[in-house]
Ligand binder design. Sequence first.
Ligand code: SF4
Length: 358
Amino acid sequence: MIDDIYQDIYSKVEKGDALRRDVALRILDLNDLDTFSLLHLAYLFRRKYYSNVVLLHVINNVQNGHCGEDCQYCAQSKLSAADIEEYPMKSDSEILGEAEAAYQAGAYRYCMVFSGRGSPNERIDRLVKIIRNIKQRWPIEVCVSPGTITLDQARKLKDAGLDRLNHNLNTSKGYYSKICTTHSYEERVRTLKVARSVGLSVCSGVILGMGEVPQDVVEMAMKLREVKAESIPVNFLIPIPGTPIGTPKGLSPEYCLRVLCLFRLLNPEAEIRIAAGREMHLRSLEPIGLYVANSLFLQGYLNVKGESNARTLQMIKDMGFRISSEMKLDDLLKEDDEQLFQMDFKDELELRPFKNKE
Ligand code: SF4
């Protein structure tokens, strides 16, 4: 009886058990289980842990480019010929201004991202001051993506008030050497452990569409369960011209939804974020992703623009969800009402395309 499988999945997740690998693989198989039944299951756990709240993140490349690593997908890597703006770490006042703007825009969390592998001590010292400043001024969660860090550096950040540290696993252990050779998967896992050991919340995400197979995707979701990542950004590859990775492979909107379901069902309590590429890969199914995921980036990604704030906020409202912010969703949307109801008349060519073709 096919319906038993959905009941089995529900019972396992509800009991706190991990799904078996073969069941996890079935979730990704478009010819097997029913997508809407899986969405319903995933939604039950999304609702249980997050109600109908969406957590909005604003991500800020506080420093951009000049990276010596060879991550194949990244616009900032040494292999990339992407035409991006490169700059050293922004000034403190620039960063604080952006943190305030993120808060005013309705963000729940502000995330500062650095390129490069490690974190020089001077950078950590500057971050300590910046984090203290942000936490004193605005009620917003703060996350940093600093590359690898030492225990001592992690402690300093935690003491300054940092809430969360991001370090993505990106792909599975078995596939890792296909996307990066200058640093290892183990180094990435180690960084997460360092963050965890000082009491920081851990954010670690993945990128889909880089040529991995479903077994790799299951491995990623299971690994993030093992490291107890509180936050999991699920990125869908944006093929940036000039990067060696090439075009995304194997992604369809329905498959992307199933990937989100898999991450939710293996990590039911985690903040699952539909991260980069949601517009490009989920397309018309993007709003449905919110039944599974409880988190979004508000203002695009690192070097690539995303949907406008207004469209993202409107999608949240249209779906009947709300944001976690002192700002009111309706107030944030008010200014955009005009844009929402804008219309243009068709011109004559659109109304009578065959007028002169007799
Ligand atoms: S992902 Fe990070 S480490 Fe890798 S190339 Fe980009 S900036 Fe460098």
